[in-house]
Design a protein around this ligand. Sequence first.
Ligand code: DGY
Length: 327
Amino acid sequence: MSSKPRILVARKIFPEVIERLSQHFDVESNQDDVLWSDAELIERLKDKDGALTTGTQPINAALLAACPKLKIVSNMTVGYNNFDVAAMTAAGVLGTNTPDVLTETTADFGFALLMATARRVTESEHYLRAGKWTRWSYDMFAGAEVHGSTLGILGMGRIGQGIAKRGAHGFGMNVIYHNRSRLTPELEAECKASYVSKEELLAKADHLVLVLPYTPDSHHAIGAVELAQMQSTATLINIARGGIVDDKALAEALIERRIAGAGLDVFEGEPSVYPGLLQVPNVVLTPHIASATVKTRLKMSTLAADNLIAYLQGQAPITPVNQPLAR
Ligand code: DGY
């Protein structure tokens, strides 16, 4: 029997990354991309030393108790709200994620969603495809200005800063942000961004982009109360995580035109989408693709593999999210 560490790759990924992992490990992979239940995941993971996950497999106390050999779970995502970090640390299991390699790509997409929402790109395309376009008119799909407007960013990590730079330097936007901690003066100058309270952010943003991590504290950070504080001409863009926005409250605000539009890449309970959101025209909906370019997804899965290889070979992980206690 091979003495190589045994790992599980929980979802389909690039064959070349599987190939690389196979040089170091006994790999069980899910190249058929079957969606396993939690029990099926545990069944496959219980004799493994490591796992490569995609952010949708919950790594919680029950799983950790059933997988005593597990040493590392390497997410190929920057967000790791599928990890119960405290339980992993206590169980002696390292978690890793894939920051940096997706920053610019995700910021690009945040901006794409902002522009599509402000300028009503998908709404007008649906109209055209439905054969409803018969003549030009002065107010047909008149949207909101992007250049020179006020860009609000909630959550000012690396991706938030990337969006700020695009807005400030590319589109002459006035950038304001709110975050748990304020940026250094140097970073604020680089992003041309001013720190404001959450209330001021909601009230002043013409386009509000959400880029904060999902935690119990950020659950429904944007709900009915916050939506009521926004301008009726404003747009809301969520490329962070479902659950940060109360989707039901948002659908109601959109139907009643209490805000002008929304661009959403993430949803509460995705891949299900709150039915009310599917009914409203003034929302751009995409299936969690903000980091989805071939190059970036390859970088993400390569970094996830590198974390597994380093840690299971006794070296320091590249991008750890915790410091596990001894197992
Ligand atoms: C992330 O990396 O957290 C993205 O949401 C990936 O899907």
